[in-house]
Design a binder for this molecule. Structure first.
Ligand code: GDP
Length: 216
């Protein structure tokens, strides 16, 4: 079957409410992890957020959790190697993976990051879904596909989230969506629905909360 990667439909009112309630509760930074041994005990289901540096990952996490400054962007490659864990209410971990694709990142740092990421993706039993963030101005790039391939191999379902949709026209969005759909079609672990978001304008935030609340 050919997957078409449609846009995620608006959530039902009860799903929206479940999403709102989940993030209305406590959201706390747990720890930054630099090695597999540092992962918190796998006692909760978790979802992770991955994306190129500057894709808008910190802004999106802050918008979804409704907490400004919870996730901090760092434009220093050396400082972004941590996997950051946030506890959401009593039942979920939200995991902020380090941004990838720094143009000038030293090879040693890239390699260390990839090793940790591979171990995390392949070895985390409680990881239920990865959200792969794609900038609506650019669409999926080769470096995004590298992550998608890791997710395929780890058999972790990933859902594509387009960021910064407020920055593109409808026509531009169609172009970058087409590029992205072509990339997604190459990846068996891709979830068949794409979420359009703007952390600035609030588009898709409610929907993303509802999607996360639905994962168990
Ligand atoms: P990160 O490196 O992926 O964590 O990216 P940030 O969240 O720090 O965002 C990178 C830049 O994009 C910042 O200048 C943000 O203000 C901007 N940005 C993030 N999300 C949006 C959005 O939804 N709309 C617009 N217009 N800008 C955004």
């Amino acid at each position: 079957m050919q997957l078409t990667f449609s846009l995620a439909a608006a959530s039902e009112p009860d799903e929206t409410e479940a999403g709102r309630l989940l993030f209305a509760g406590q959201v706390e930074f747990v720890k930054g992890v630099v090695a597999m041994a540092g992962l918190p005990p796998a006692t909760r289901v978790e979802v992770c957020f991955a994306g190129r540096s500057n894709v808008g990952k910190s802004s999106l996490i802050n918008a979804v959790t409704g907490r400004k400054g919870l996730a901090r962007a760092s434009n220093t490659p050396g400082r972004t190697q941590e996997i950051n864990y946030f506890a959401v209410a009593e039942r979920l971990y939200l995991v902020d993976l380090p941004g990838y694709g720094y143009a000038n990142a030293p090879l040693a740092i890239v390699e260390r990051w990839q090793k940790l990421l591979k171990s995390y993706l392949a070895g985390r039993q409680t990881l239920r879904r990865a959200f792969v963030l794609i900038d609506a101005r650019h669409g999926a790039k080769a470096v995004d596909e590298e992550i998608m391939t890791l997710l395929d191999r780890a058999a972790v379902t990933f859902q594509c989230v387009m960021t910064k949709v407020d920055k593109v026209s409808a026509a531009e969005l169609e172009t970058t969506l087409a590029i992205t759909r072509t990339a997604l079609a190459r990846h068996p672990a891709a979830y068949p629905e794409i979420v359009l978001t703007s952390a600035d304008k609030g588009d898709g935030i409610e929907m993303l909360r509802a999607i996360i609340a639905h994962i168990d």
